[in-house]
Each structure stands twice: as C-alpha cells, then as structure tokens.
Write a protein that binds this ligand. Structure first.
Ligand code: ADP
Length: 417
C-alpha cells in the first residue's frame, strides 16, 4: 500500500510517500519512495521534491491554498518526471495519513478519519489554535482531491502520552480548572517518542514491556519522555509545547509570576509576553544571537563567544535535569536515546549533556559518540556502562504510514467480522 503522509503547518506542507503493508512492517522493510516540502503556501511558494535515489527538484510557483499545494504534490508524485516506481496515477496512492497536533483527551490512538473524527479535531482547535486548523485544512484538501474512496487516518502528536498517570498530567492548580477546561499536561512529539521506543526495542530485540528508557527529542522544539514498559509515563511539554526544556526560541519552564512582573517592568501585553516566551527565548534569547545550535557551537569554537557558551551550557543543564528526574520517576532506566537535529548530529552536545551523569551509571564511549551523525543509529555508551546511551534518528512519517495501514486493515477486519 502506498501511503501519502502529510504534515500541514500554518503555511507549509511536508510530505512523504511510503510503501507499507503487513509483510513489509513485519520485515521492517517499508520504505520512503519520495519526500518533499512546500513552504509559503498562499503566495509564491518554495517547492522542494525528491524521489528516493534521484536528484532533487527545486522551484517556485504561486500556490494560493492547501488544495493547490496538495494538487501540485500529487501531480508531481504520479508524473513520469518524478520517476517513482509504481506510481502512475492518483489511483496508485492508496491512503493518506495526517499528522494532527492535538487530540485532547478524546484521541488516545490513531484513527480513520470520518465526520465524527473531524468534529473531534475541530473541538481540539481551542487547545491548539495555530496547529489543528492547518491540519484540518490538509484533511479537507485531501478529501477534495482524492474523494471518499481513499481512506485517510489521523495520527496525533499527543496520543502516545495518553498513558500518563494523573500524577504526571495534572498541574497543581485548583482541580475544577482541570475538570472545567481540561487544563493539564498533554505532551507533544508523541509519534517521535513512540518511534524511538519502538526502534530501541527492535535494535535490542526486547519485548515492549521491557522498554524502560528516557527518550530525548532535541530539535528546534525539544522534549523528553519517560517510557516505562513501552508506554509514556511523563513528558516535558505540557498544555502547549512551550513547557519543559530550553528550546531554539522557546523558554521552557519559567515561574509564571515573571509574567505579571514583566507587565509592570516592561509594559508587555499578554500577547507580547507569549511572543517573548515562544519566539524570542531559548537558545536565541540567552545567546542574543541565533536559535541554531550549529551556529552557536561555531561561535563558541571560533570566537570563544561567552553568551553562545552560556546558552549551550544552559541547554545541556536543563536536558540533564530532566534525565535525572525521569530516571528517578522510572525507578531506573536502561537507556537514554538521543534524537532530533541536535541529538542526532551533535556529538559535542551529547557529550556535554552526559558529562555529570556518571552517577547514574552512564559512561560514554567518546569514539563511538564522535562517530555518530548524519542519520545513523547506534550505541554511544561504553561496554561497562550500566545506563546505555543510543543515537536513533527519528522517523515520525514511518509510524504515520504504518498507523494508516493498520487503521485501514482493522476497519476492514471489523467489517468482515
Ligand atoms: P525541527 O525540530 O524543526 O524538526 P531539527 O530536528 O531539524 O528541527 O533540529 C534543528 C536543530 O538541529 C538546529 O538547532 C540545528 O542547528 C541543529 N543541528 C543540525 N545539525 C547539527 C549539527 N551537525 N551540529 C549541531 N547542531 C545541529
């Protein structure tokens, strides 16, 4: 089955076409046939497409909305120019899988999309006012283009964290505010953390119940997850993705009283405060320079920049603190798993995070650590390390494709029964 996986942002669409089915999943041989990104949907869009093993295509074109952008993707995917094996017409795209950011308390797993599911995603719009509307636009565009004959599934960023106990998801605010407004920790990056736990299990040949790890998704957005018996029991992002670790431009954990203090001291409005916390903080805010970890490392190395060093040190200290907290919450973990642009590519940041974790039984193998980058997975701790450490490149799209296939297969089985 060829699944078109879509990740629709506020003005962008990321996609992959993935071939998957029961046999391919069992052999772990499902594969990405093509991928791409359209940015600046609504204006002169930037288009980047690439079929696996072929040269990339880059062009600009005016694309007025999601429907036009998705139409452009589908026409390229099935055209002889893309050269994708087995894709000759729209009928060769058998299903569509959508990344949906917020599933609230309603969606605890991936689902086939029908009218009730769309209503459910609409109900979650007030929890994710920037993201869910974009996801819904993608779903509607796909419905218009493919019609009712092509099944679509929704895979939620929050769903993996649905197993958190109340002691992890409740805030210490009056309980009726949780009951009335559903104010609680939801957590995000769930598909990524689930993938990391799954890939770790297959690398080690373990059953799911034996997966007790701390997964670290360190990209522009950063989150940690405590995985016990293969399920999420806590995660660092909260009611929104703002909470938790220091990120590229997000502050992470901050005492809420700072907000009131700043309205007095700086005259900030509520929306200015949120812009400051979401867009002007984190690595960017502390360094005063950039949100890009690679550039900060370069500044530190080339010019000994003090603020760049401070931002990196603060970033590593916060990650380390979460590792310690989750190690305790898990009652001891077997492994740390690094992922995301920073976690997958920066041996230096991994080394700085792990320095000081010897007390948990972690001993990094410096040679292995230095050798792992550029999309490779592997062990980076030494043979004597009690707590292992791995680098695993994340692959949310693969799980979205598999979930889409499984949701369709389950619906078929239910109809047959
Ligand atoms: P997103 O969360 O938007 O998907 P990524 O996972 O691509 O982002 O992560 C982006 C971050 O990864 C940036 O801070 C970038 O500098 C960092 N990064 C990518 N490659 C390297 C590298 N070789 N060394 C250090 N940081 C890197």
């Amino acid at each position: 089955m060829n699944v078109l996986v879509l990740n629709c942002g506020s003005s962008s669409i990321k996609f992959q076409v993935i071939e998957t089915d029961k046999a391919l999943i069992a052999r772990d041989e499902d594969r990405c046939l093509a991928r791409g990104l359209i940015e600046r949907v609504g204006g002169l869009a930037l288009i980047r497409f690439q079929a696996t093993g072929r040269a990339p295509l880059k062009e600009d074109a005016p694309l007025r909305d999601y429907r036009a952008a998705l139409d452009r993707i589908v026409r390229w995917v099935i055209s002889p120019d893309s050269g994708i094996d087995g894709l000759r017409s729209a009928a060769d795209i058998h299903a569509v899988g959508h990344r949906v950011v917020h599933g609230g308390e309603k969606f605890r797993a991936s689902v086939l999309i029908d009218r009730a599911v769309i209503e459910g995603i609409e109900e979650c719009v007030e929890l994710a006012p920037l993201h869910n509307p974009a996801n819904l636009r993608g779903i509607r565009a796909a419905q218009e283009i493919f019609g009712p004959g092509v099944p679509q599934a929704a895979v939620f960023d929050t769903a993996f964290h649905a197993t958190m106990p109340p002691t992890a998801y409740l805030y210490g605010i009056p309980y009726h505010l949780y009951r009335r407004h559903k104010i609680r920790r939801y957590g995000f990056h769930g598909t990524s953390h689930r993938y990391l736990a799954y890939r770790y299990r297959t690398m080690r040949g373990l059953p799911k119940e034996k997966v007790n790890v701390v997964t670290l998704h360190l990209g522009n957005g950063c989150s940690a997850c405590a995985v016990k018996g293969g399920a999420s029991i806590n995660t660092s992002m909260g009611f929104t993705p703002l909470e938790g670790m220091l990120m590229g431009t997000r502050a992470g954990d901050v005492d809420a009283s700072v907000l009131e203090y700043l309205t007095h001291k700086e005259g900030f409005s509520l929306s200015e405060l949120l812009t400051m916390l979401n867009k002007q903080s984190g690595l960017l805010g502390v360094s005063g320079m950039t949100s890009d970890m690679r550039e900060l490392l370069e500044e530190e190395r080339e010019h000994g920049d003090r603020r760049a060093r401070l931002a990196i040190d603060l970033f590593c200290a916060v990650v380390r603190r979460y590792i310690g907290a989750y190690y305790a919450e898990l009652g001891g973990a077997d492994a740390l798993i690094f992922s995301g642009g920073i976690g997958e590519n920066s041996a230096a940041v991994r080394r700085r995070i792990c320095a000081g974790l010897e007390c948990l039984g972690l001993s990094l193998d410096q040679r292995r650590n230095a050798a792992l980058a550029g999309g490779k997975a592997g062990l980076i701790s030494s043979a004597r390390s009690r707590l292992r450490a791995y680098v695993i490149p994340t692959d949310e799209e693969l799980l979205i494709a598999r979930d889409t296939y499984r949701a369709i297969a389950a619906a078929g089985a239910a109809r047959g029964a």
